[in-house]
Design a protein around this ligand. Structure first.
Ligand code: FMN
Length: 179
């Protein structure tokens, strides 16, 4: 028996590249099972969303919010997204805390989805990467200050990758089961 492979579009909104890393990992793991296109949010205008069966949107948080164009993209395309299987996942450092690492307990995710009034088929959140050496002085000091008050990693000579890839694998298994 043959069945048609579903068409999946993966879109990432990133500043320092880690959301893109996760999206590329999803692409790598599913590329034999689905017909996949992957794009930054900025370049995604070249795709006709109607042509896809499934759409994954990954976005990171900076200073309390996902970027404005993520809100705009979802608002603009909501009626199309609501006819597809969809995933929204967020990447932020707050998700390193076990009590804030689900879509319902992570404040950025639930506030974001409430604000845009959108319910993706699957919502998820992962802890991100803190790359102190590559931050400029102002951002480094600001993040260090936040890490001091929230008891996070503080050695500014280090890069901390806090993503639990087993949780990413679990999300991939769920996407694989989309029909
Ligand atoms: C300047 C800056 C601001 C950030 N602000 C927040 C924040 O408000 N809350 C949070 O939980 N994480 C915050 N983070 C952590 C990022 O969400 C995390 O580093 C993520 O992995 C970045 O993803 P990206 O590389 O795809 O941009 C911030 C990181 C930086 C560098």
């Amino acid at each position: 028996m043959f069945w048609k492979k579903s068409k999946l579009l993966i879109i990432y909104s990133t500043v320092d590249g880690h959301t893109k890393n996760i999206c590329e990992y999803i692409n790598k793991k599913l590329k034999n099972k689905k017909i996949i296109s992957i794009s930054s949010l900025e370049d995604s205008v070249k795709f006709n969303l109607e042509q896809f069966d499934e759409i994954v949107i990954g976005a990171s948080v900076r200073y309390g919010y996902h970027r404005k164009n993520v809100y705009e993209f979802i608002r603009k395309n909501k009626s199309i997204l609501n006819n597809k299987k969809t995933v929204f996942f967020s990447l932020n450092l707050t998700a390193r805390k076990s009590e804030k690492n689900t879509a319902d307990t992570n404040p950025y995710v639930y506030k974001f989805l409430k604000k845009i009034n959108w319910e993706p088929t699957i919502k998820d959140v992962f802890a991100g990467r803190l790359d102190y050496p590559n931050l400029d002085t102002l951002n480094k000091l600001a993040i260090l200050f936040i890490m001091v008050i929230t008891n996070g990693p503080k050695d500014t000579s280090k890069t901390y990758e806090l993503t639990d890839w087993k949780r990413v694998d679990n999300l991939i298994k769920k996407i694989e089961k989309f029909k």
